[in-house]
Design a binder for this molecule. Structure first.
Ligand SMILES: Nc1ncnc2c1ncn2[C@@H]1O[C@H](COP(=O)(O)OP(=O)(O)OP(=O)(O)O)[C@@H](O)[C@H]1O
Ligand SMILES: [Mg+2]
Length: 530
């Protein structure tokens, strides 16, 4: 019996398992690791994945795509824009359904069939049955949507032991892969998908993740880049043949499929060709596009991505300078321009984790299912109650402190004990060596300060090429200085050169317990948090 993690998106579904302590992303029998979330019905047969997606040109009305977000949503509330070229959603008992060969298939039935295909592919690959699974969902999925997906998965024969939200799963995968769980950092997890984008600010403190803010868009994603590319090719086609490549659904569907392939190719190489037989009015279309042109064609979408991330950071009450690292997730994050555009808005010290910058990273499209697989194996031995209680190491929306807590060192600098956004309850100890007989300890809340350092450019007196770069550069960094004094304690008669421990503990109610200790000398205090 095995456990798997499933990332079920509107565009693709991936699944993974843990094998010999390593995450293994599973391919379906067609060799696809990113399986198109698509079903198509031809002559009574069900097609799945890319085989189903390919039917959009020939058999659009019996091909179902982009349905994940319709789970548990009333028919009147859905946005059916991305179903235009495929089966159109219709109403059934107030919910979404599709009319396939004259029969109405409810959304629940569609999701069930999709998950059944996934289950079969996983069992086929693993050679054993699946005991339980963890499925990723967006942070803004409603309770009804969550209940529905668990119920429907159950009907498909998949026992869901837990749902995990997408950005937490992606970050868990990233941190586990790099062994970074113990490094306290504030991350932006930016997931650019097909028909939506989602992002979150997550603070990692002592291996615990706290979700500080989230942002969602259903008008930003790979589909917008496809549209821009389609318009570009259609204008070229019009110029060459005086014919409209978008006139019929069939020609448009052909151009969509070709544009997506071209777009993906440009993530790896500088130039890509596009070729469509009999695109419209009997004309074949052949052309090529380079990466730079594509970046120009999609520039509006790339700048929307920046606005999206900036708005998220503002929501978290932070500035770009406060972000230690950005993790790029989702299929669209394969595009090198996404990483390079985003890196421009952050200081150099902010790490950008993307395959375009570090080719050793896993495909950003795999992160969600990798995280789900890790979580599935972590909780595999737990009973239901333990799973409810223990979301370790994934804890979301816990209480957390908004300013760091620390002490003033002998130079008057702020020494952080608990960084901002640390979730509580928590206990942390730091140690130093006393330099006098009596030790005075002042506890402070840290105050954020932006330090500006002017870096003079290096002088290349005999190198003319560098003469334009002589503007001094201003580097802005966040630092913390002692702010509000919380408490002051004196350890008398400790003696110089002795070890001193300072312990800060915040209990479940937010009350702070402070302890200073050296040998037998112990002083304790309490502060109630505002
Ligand atoms: N190598 C690549 N280069 C550029 N774009 C890619 C690449 N691979 C996939 N994509 C794009 O990524 C998008 C799909 O991303 P992903 O699989 O993360 O979406 P999803 O989470 O399943 O769907 P959604 O976010 O819409 O719910 C599509 O627009 C696809 O064309
Ligand atoms: Mg997605």
């Amino acid at each position: 019996m095995a456990t798997i993690g499933i990332a079920f998106g509107n565009s693709t579904t991936s699944f993974a398992t843990i094998k010999d302590g390593k995450v293994d992303v599973i391919a379906n029998p067609d060799g696809e690791r990113f399986i198109s979330s698509a079903l198509s019905y031809v002559d009574g047969d069900e097609y799945h994945g890319q085989q189903a997606l390919s039917q959009i040109v020939r058999n659009p009305r019996n091909t179902i795509v982009n349905f994940r977000d319709f789970i548990g949503v009333p028919f009147t509330d859905i946005d059916a824009r991305y179903s235009k070229l495929a089966a159109h959603p219709v109403e059934l008992n107030g919910k979404v359904a599709y009319e396939i060969n004259g029969n109405k298939l409810s959304i629940d039935e569609v999701v069930k069939r999709h998950l059944k295909q996934i289950k079969n592919a996983a069992e086929d690959y693993l050679g054993q049955s699946i005991e339980s699974t963890v499925i990723t969902v967006p942070t803004n999925f409603s309770d009804v949507q969550k209940q529905d997906i668990v119920r429907i998965a159950g009907e498909a024969g998949l026992k869901v032991s837990q749902l995990i939200n997408e950005p937490t799963a992606a970050l868990l995968a990233h941190l586990s892969n790099k062994d970074l769980l113990k490094e306290d950092k504030i991350y932006v997890v930016a997931d650019f998908g097909g028909i939506r984008s989602d992002a979150a600010v997550i603070a990692v403190r002592g291996g615990i993740m706290t979700l500080l803010a989230t942002e969602h868009s259903t008008t930003l994603g790979g589909a917008e880049l496809d549209d821009a590319l389609i318009d570009f090719f259609a204008a070229d086609f019009q110029k060459k043949f005086k014919a409209d490549a978008k006139k019929t659904e069939k020609s448009l569907a052909k151009l969509v499929a070709a544009s997506i392939i071209t777009k993906k190719t440009l993530s790896n190489v500088q130039t890509a060709s596009v070729s469509v037989d009999s695109l419209a009015e009997g004309f074949d279309y052949m052309s090529s596009i380079n990466r730079l042109r594509f970046e120009l064609v999609g520039r509006k979408v790339f700048s929307e991505m920046i606005e999206f991330i900036e708005s998220l950071i503002k929501k978290a009450g932070l500035e770009n300078l406060d972000i230690d690292a950005v993790l790029l997730v989702g299929g669209t994050s394969n595009i090198p321009k996404v990483a390079s555009t985003l890196s421009l808005i952050f200081p150099e010290s902010t790490e950008i984790h993307a395959p375009a910058i570090d080719s050793k990273l896993p495909n950003p499209n795999e992160l969600n299912c990798r995280g789900a697989a890790i979580q599935a194996s972590l909780i595999a031995g737990f009973d239901d109650e333990e799973i409810q209680e223990s979301l370790q190491p994934v804890v979301v929306n816990t209480e957390h402190i908004s300013a760091p807590i620390g002490i003033k060192d002998t130079d008057g600098h702020f020494l952080t004990i608990l960084p901002r956004e640390t979730a509580y309850p928590i206990k942390k100890t730091i140690s130093f060596t006393s330099n006098s007989n009596n030790v005075e300890i002042e506890f402070y809340e840290g105050k954020r300060n932006v330090k500006e350092t002017v870096v003079e450019p290096e002088q290349f007196s005999d190198d003319e090429e560098d003469s334009e770069e002589e503007e001094p550069e201003i580097v802005r960094e966040v630092e913390y200085v002692p702010g509000t004094l919380l408490a002051k304690m004196v350890l008398n008669g400790v003696g110089a050169g002795k070890p001193v421990d300072v312990i800060v503990q915040i209990d479940r109610e937010g009350k702070m317990h402070l302890t200073g200790r050296s040998g037998d000398v112990i002083v304790k205090g309490e502060v109630s948090q505002a």
